[in-house]
Ligand binder design. Structure first.
Ligand code: HEC
Length: 182
């Protein structure tokens, strides 16, 4: 008797679970993405990809976001760099949007410490990774002095790739001057 009463409930729950699972997990996995890469977006180079893995491994995302939102709090960044779009993340797997800003948003960091500045920009970034306190005595960013030379170099390549594709290389923005002066 008991079995006869519980059986329909079990079947009912199983059907419900099956429907929910197909609708929420199976179907989305097979739905083709409608997102196209943003104009100018380039896939990461091998060294940038290695740097990205280090960024993930070291948990930089816990303190740094990579998204400029169309909200009042981000208006300064929207004016300087424009708001982020879905296509900006086309090659990002996993995405590193982040939810915390203990440190600055890094989605346009490559436009501040540009590759075309050459060595001074690389030296700054690597020196800052090794000990942020040397540049900013109040910084709460951890010192990544245990990373190897190669890892620091790859990480720098990755950071310098962020957002730089959004503009033509060659025009140094006024951002750099104000950063270097400070
Ligand atoms: C505990 C939080 C925290 C973590 C973790 C962290 N940062 Fe930072 N980061 C900060 C803060 C705060 C600042 C701003 C102060 C400063 O310049 O040091 C900053 C600044 C920066 C800057 C900007 C430097 C400049 O002057 O333009 C870069 C680039 C950066 N972090 C990269 C990274 C990378 C890469 C990692 C992971 C390897 C990382 N951060 C991990 C907190 C963090």
């Amino acid at each position: 008797m008991r079995f006869i009463r519980t059986f329909p409930i079990i079947i009912g729950l199983s059907i419900l679970f099956g429907l929910a699972f197909s609708g929420l997990a199976v179907l989305p996995a097979f739905t083709p993405s409608v997102t196209k890469p943003s104009p100018g977006l380039v896939a990461y180079s091998p060294s940038e990809l290695r740097g990205r893995h280090i960024y993930v491994r070291e948990g930089c995302v816990y303190c740094h976001s990579q998204q400029v939102r169309n909200v009042a709090a981000d208006s300064g960044m929207v004016d300087a760099f424009g708001a982020s779009k879905a296509g900006d993340y086309y090659y990002d797997q996993p995405h590193l949007l982040g939810t915390m800003r203990q440190g600055p948003d890094l989605s346009n960091e490559g436009r501040i410490w540009r590759k075309d500045i050459g060595e001074p920009a690389r030296e700054y970034l690597i020196g800052h990774f090794i000990n942020p306190r040397n540049y900013n005595p109040m910084s709460i960013m951890p010192a990544y002095d245990y990373l190897s030379k190669e890892e620091l170099s790859d990480l720098t390549d990755y950071i310098q790739s962020l957002g730089i594709w959004k503009e033509q290389v060659g025009q140094i923005s006024s951002q750099v001057d104000s950063k270097e002066a400070s």
